[in-house]
Every structure is written in C-alpha cells, then in structure tokens.
Design a protein around this ligand. Structure first.
Ligand code: BES
Ligand code: MN
Ligand code: ZN
Length: 503
C-alpha cells in the first residue's frame, strides 16, 4: 500500500522523484491552482506559459509531464487538470480534488516518491486529496508477475500544504488512510478470482481481520445454517462444492448510543445456477460478493476510526452453481423468517441469501438496517454503470443516504418501492415467488427484501450492480475491476449515526 505523510507548504524543494501541481482551465489557457507557487517560481514564474506551449489546457483529468528546472530537487513535474475554474469562492469541490489526485497517482505508477502540491484550503481538502491519491494508486497484482503494465504502484506520497501538527489536518489524513485502505481491501476481494475466494475463504479473511482490529467474528458453517433454519442461504449454496457461510462481524463502542446493521450480498460466483446465465453474462460474476466486501470494509473502517456507534456486519456468503444438488426452478425454500419462497429463477439468488441475513439481523433490533448488493441487471439498465439505486421503507432515511452519498462523491439515486409490483410475486404454492414483473426488476427485488425486514425497523437497500465493478477503463480514482463502491457512503452513514444525526 502506498504510504502518505503530511508536510507543510513551501517545501517543494523536498527530495522526491516528482512534484505534482494542479492547473485549471481558464478562458485564455491553463491557470495554476494554489499550491503550485514554489514550483512556478522555479520555472521563473512561467509555468502556466510553459504548460500552454505544451498544449495543456487544464481540462479535467489531463496529465502533463515536464522535466524539473534547476532549483527543484525532483526530476520531473506533473500537472494535473482540474477542469473549469471554481465559480464563486475560489475553492475546488472535494470530488474535483479527489479525482485529480486519483488520476495523477495512477499516472505515477513506477515512481517511488511524489510530492503533491495541490490546492488545500481546509482539512476536507486534505482528506479528499489523500483519499483520491491512495485510491488512484491501487493496483491488483496478485496474479501477474508484471501486473499494472510492469510498474509498481506509486510508493510514497508527501502531501504538501498541510499542517502536520494541526489536529484537524492529522485526523483528516488518518481518516482518509483508513477508509482508502479498506476500500482497497474490498477491491482486492472483488478482484480475487472465484476459485480462490469461496465462502469459506472469505469467512477466513473476515476472521483474521476481526482478530487484527478487535472485531468479534462469528461464522455459521453449513451445519450451523441447517440447524438455524437458513433455508435461503442453504438453497442458494446447494449446488456448489463450496458450502455457504453466514458471517457476523460485531464492532462495538462503549460510547455507542445507536446501532447499525449492514447486510452484504456475498455470492462468490454467480453462474445463475440451474437457470444458467448465457455466455457473455458469466465472465464478471466474481463481482457478485461486492456488497459483502463493502460491508466488511466498512465494519473494519469503523473499528479503525473508533466510531462511537455499534456496527454489525452480516456477510451472506454462497456460491450459485448448477449441479445435481442445486435448487431447481420450482423448488420451495423455507426461509429463516419462516416464510416460504417459490424459486422460479435460480439466478434471482441474491435476494434469497439477503432475506435470511436481513431477518436474522432484525432479531437484534438495530436502529437501522442497510443492505448492499449487486442485485439486479435492471438497476444497471435504469441508472447505468456508475450510479447505485437507493430504496427504503422510510423516505427520510432514503433521502439521507442519497445526500450522504453525494457528499462523499458517490453517485446514487433514490428509487421507489411501488406497492403494485408486489402482486407479480404472488405464488399459488408458497408465500412469495423470488421473481415478479420484468419491468421495474430492480424495484421488484427491493420489494422482495422489504418482506423480510423486522417490524418497525428502518431499512434501506443499495443496489450497487452498476458501480461495484468497472468493466471500462480506469478513470479518476476508480480502477478497472472492483471499485469498493458504497464504502464511503456507509462509513459516513455510520459517522452520522454515531453523531445522532439520523433517526
Ligand atoms: N448478480 C446478478 C445481478 C447483476 C447483473 C450484477 C449484472 C452485476 C451485473 C443477479 O443475481 C441476477 O442474476 N439478477 C437477475 C434477476 C432476474 C433473474 C430476476 C437479473 O438481473 O437478470
Ligand atoms: Mn443471479
Ligand atoms: Zn447475483
């Protein structure tokens, strides 16, 4: 993992391989952002002109490398584009800074040490830059000797312009490091191929992390699941050689007044089961445990940050495979809650494992439950590949999550749970079917889950099928593959819950 330290401003002569400055897009060419003063001085005050001559515009995500002049100890300078100049108060938004830091950190793969001289007005800017840089420097190299284009991720970041002894600055950097490292952990889990990450292996990773961070971890194996009556989780895992698990992670704070339960869909591979997915739809389905990875990462981050709230993570882990022992379309499962479900499409498996975990989580009467899942292709049709859908049984809670997501730079959109779609799940054999109307399929899945939420408990459902896995190219601080989507939202939600701002 890339290291990050805070340094005061005006030390652009620090020993580093590269110095990073930012440049915005002005009417008459690139405009240097605050933080670049010392570097500009070394260029005789002509850095903007030099960049202009090189064809740089300051457009968002633009990277320009130039040799460092005498007077700088670094061997080269990198200018990263921020896009349009800020409108009013001369400050760039935190998401602009986060993205720029991510883009430039990505471009610095193969470099040992870089000093970032970016515009910093407040502690939140430090946090955004640190977060973006650490997320952008991420690379998944476990299976390639010369992964990442043969280049090691950027080794070390010096964040200039901070006050290393200022409590707020220090806290901002520490928070960014904890959150980014946990997001990167979630990305690693998502990227790990399904032959190496089955439910048992995922549970082992959670157990080890729990030990390290003082989180209590309980694992229900297939025998315990049978004894407990977890028909949904067992039904989904029935076709696999790798049996399912339900993992409970309990982070508790002695100062907690509120409790939050997070439930993650952890399908370590989704073949569709007997309702097998066609070729072209299977290849990325190692990502189907991204919800569980996000929940796991959030609980660990909460522990590392010592948040004053109790956070319980539930990882519903199973592999969805076809075989002679697999659940058939037509089978009826008796769920943990006691409800019966007629499984008419074994590819609608996420809602089955989540239903059991949500019902179990409800027994502990948390102040709120949030489930996170790569649940439906329909949500991707609705919102595209970058935005997650937010559904809830409480309008204020849904709005709060949407606005928290916006604050942390994660695109999301509130979605309804129209009551009329419930009828499509009526079954003549069981209490409910696991599929309903094709139209509004993402909302149908949400309505299914709602049935398993305990009476009177505030609940929200995040369908992260789009943003969890990036099939396109890397951009900003988002790499190809696993993204760690929703972790920043969930950590902020836990913080707000701790502060008593919710419910
Ligand atoms: N894991 C998939 C949803 C998914 C699709 C996630 C694409 C990420 C990318 C889920 O288990 C699934 O197969 N859903 C079905 C539900 C349908 C059978 C009602 C779907 O969306 O087609
Ligand atoms: Mn499926
Ligand atoms: Zn799935």
């Amino acid at each position: 993992m890339t290291a990050l330290t805070l340094k005061p401003a005006g030390t652009a002569t620090l020993r580093a391989d590269a110095v990073v400055v930012a440049v915005a897009k002005g009417d008459k060419g690139p405009v240097l952002a605050a933080g670049a003063e010392a570097v500009d001085k070394a260029f005789g005050g002509k850095l903007a002109t030099v960049l202009d001559t090189l064809g740089a515009s300051g457009g968002e995500g633009e990277i320009t490398r130039l040799p460092a002049p005498d007077g700088l100890k670094a061997s080269f300078v990198v200018a990263v584009g921020l896009g349009a100049l800020p409108e009013k108060d001369d400050t760039y938004g935190t998401e602009t800074l986060r993205r720029a830091a991510g883009t430039v950190a990505r471009s610095l793969a193969g470099t040992d040490k870089a000093a970032f001289a970016l515009p910093i007005e407040a502690a939140e800017d430090i946090e955004a830059i640190a977060e973006g840089a650490l997320l952008g420097a991420y690379a998944f190299t476990a299976y390639q000797e010369k992964g990442n284009g043969g280049k090691a991720p950027l080794g070390e970041i010096l964040l200039l312009g901070a006050k290393p002894r200022d409590k707020a600055h220090k806290a901002a950097a520490e928070r960014a490091i904890a959150v980014a490292e946990e997001i990167n952990r979630a990305r690693d889990l998502v990227n790990t191929p399904p032959n190496d990450l089955d439910p048992e292996a995922f549970a082992a990773v959670a157990t080890a992390a729990g030990k390290e961070h003082g989180i209590k971890v309980q694992v229900l194996d297939e025998k315990a699941l049978l004894k407990g009556g977890y028909g949904g989780i067992l039904g989904v895992g029935a076709g696999s050689q790798s049996p399912p698990r339900l993992v409970k992670l309990s982070y508790t704070s002695s100062k907690a007044k509120k409790s939050l339960a997070l439930v993650g869909k952890g399908i370590t591979y989704d073949s569709g089961g007997i309702s097998l997915k066609p070729a072209g739809h299977n290849e990325t389905m190692k990502c189907d445990m991204a919800g569980a990875a996000a929940v796991f990462a959030t609980v660990v981050a909460a522990a590392r940050l010592g948040l004053e709230v109790n956070v319980t993570g539930w990882l519903a882990l199973a592999e969805n495979m076809p075989s002679g022992s697999a659940t058939r379309p037509g089978d009826v499962l008796r769920m943990y809650s006691g409800k019966t479900v007629e499984v008419l499409n074994t590819d609608a498996e996420g809602r089955l494992v989540l239903a059991d975990a949500i019902a179990r989580a409800s027994e502990e009467k948390p102040d709120a439950i949030v489930d996170v899942a790569t649940l439906t292709g329909a949500m991707m049709v609705a919102l595209g590949g970058k935005t997650f859908g937010v559904m809830a049984n409480d309008d204020a809670f849904r709005a709060a999550i949407h606005s928290i997501a916006e604050e942390v730079g994660e695109p999301s959109w509130p979605m309804p749970l129209p009551a009329d779609l419930r009828a499509g799940m009526d079954s003549s054999t069981a209490d409910i079917k696991n599929i309903g109307d094709r139209m509004g399929g993402g909302l149908v899945a949400g309505l299914f889950l709602k049935e398993f939420v305990g009476e009177g408990i505030t609940w929200a459902h995040l369908d992260i099928a789009g943003p969890a896995f990036n099939e396109g190219g890397a951009s900003g601080y988002t790499p190809k593959g696993g993204t760690g989507a929703s972790v920043r939202t969930l950590v902020k939600l836990a913080e707000r819950t701790a502060a008593g701002d919710l419910g």
